[in-house]
Design a protein around this ligand. Structure first.
Ligand code: NAI
Ligand code: MG
Length: 328
């Protein structure tokens, strides 16, 4: 029996979470759910974007599922704060091409490992003598920890190269340390190839030779940007899952946001959420069920009969979800 904390958020977060719950209800596993509020609609009701009650429930659960939220002007980001509260310092974002989905290349399979607790996401901006300053925090400790995760993932996935992304030619001290930490940790992994790119070149290689990437490790903002770029490469944000992992907690969420342009239409692609559920089940060591879910998504995409409009089809969120569950 697993206790799952469910934070749907708002916009399509609510619609894709319905898909996740439908899937969980149809698995051969026992779950109890505890529901938490967060996001823009929550702020309008409660005056806060992330109530303490939600954090408490998340901390007590075996894993957290998060949908998506709309940012609230002038308020801190609930998802950034939740990742920090749970100290889920590693954000794992697999990018994979699927048969049946139009994509620039058909052989992409990489993992972006994004540092999740510092970098430019410190949310500390202030004005000082007419200068507007945004704080970018890099510590040796977090840089080494995230590199360690990247190398471990590389071993676990049977891959053989980790690429560090940075901008140490300009951010000489902060990204100098990020890069140095990467190579220091890498010494413990003599059999794994290591290389590094400046983020601007890395963004181009993402389009021109993405097959060269196996595991990428990046600081918070660069990892965020490159993962949306990677998602675009393989068919869009509807296919991009993620896991936020720490030593005590795991939080799983699609890479996408609340998609106000399609919210309420029930046409959001549920795959990124469903694949995030599969990542959660891997985290809970339910490997077989997780693998079945990934296969079911692949089958539905390959058959191509039931897909949402972002993939060129006309199925609704729940129609595609039911097609995936039927394949299980
Ligand atoms: P977005 O990820 O919500 O949407 C970008 C584009 O991708 C839109 O055209 C959208 O329709 C499409 N898209 C996203 N998910 C899709 C899905 N499952 N199926 C089909 N199409 C999908 O990013 P955007 O528009 O920049 O931000 C919207 C709001 O979400 C903002 O308030 C932003 O701050 C917030 N946001 C929240 C995140 C989170 O909750 N973790 C992450 C990113 C943005
Ligand atoms: Mg993002």
């Amino acid at each position: 029996m697993y206790n799952i904390s469910i934070i749907a958020g708002d916009g399509i977060g609510i619609e894709v979470m319905e898909a996740a719950e439908y899937l969980l209800d149809n698995l051969d596993l026992q779950f109890t759910f505890s529901y938490g509020d967060a996001g823009y609609e929550c702020y309008q009701k409660n005056g806060v974007t992330l109530p303490e009650e939600t954090v408490k429930k998340a901390k007590k659960s075996d894993a957290v599922l998060f949908g998506a939220i709309t940012s609230t002007p002038g308020q801190p980001s609930p998802i950034i704060n939740l990742r920090k509260e749970l100290d889920t310092y590693a954000n794992l974002r697999p990018i994979k091409s699927y048969k049946g989905v139009e994509s620039l290349y058909d052989n992409i399979d990489m993992l972006i490992v994004r540092e999740n607790t510092e970098g430019l996401y410190s949310q500390n901006e202030y004005e000082e003598n007419e200068k507007i300053i945004a704080e970018r925090v890099i510590t040796r400790k977090a840089s080494e920890k995230i590199s360690e995760v990247a190398f471990k993932q590389c071993v676990e996935l049977g891959k053989n190269r980790v690429t560090c992304i940075h901008k140490s030619n300009v951010l000489k001290i902060t990204d100098g340390i990020f890069k140095e930490s990467f190579y220091r940790v890498g010494e413990r992994y003599p059999n794994i190839e290591k290389n590094d790119f400046y983020v601007d070149a890395a963004a181009m290689y993402m389009i021109t030779q993405p097959q060269e990437y196996q595991v990428i490790v990046a600081s918070n903002l660069f990892g965020d940007i490159l993962s949306d770029e990677g998602a675009g490469l393989v068919g869009g944000l509807g296919l991009a899952p993620s896991g936020n992992i720490g030593d005590k907690h795991g939080l799983f969420e699609p890479v996408h946001g609340s998609a106000p342009d399609i919210a309420g239409k029930h046409i959001a692609n549920p795959s990124s959420m469903i694949l995030s559920v599969a990542m959660m089940l891997d985290y809970l060591k339910e490997f077989e069920i997780s693998s079945n879910i990934k296969n079911a998504v692949e089958t539905v995409l390959e058959k191509g009969e039931c897909k949402t409009p972002d993939l060129g089809g006309n199925a609704s969120t729940m129609e595609m979800t039911k097609a995936i569950v039927k394949e299980l």
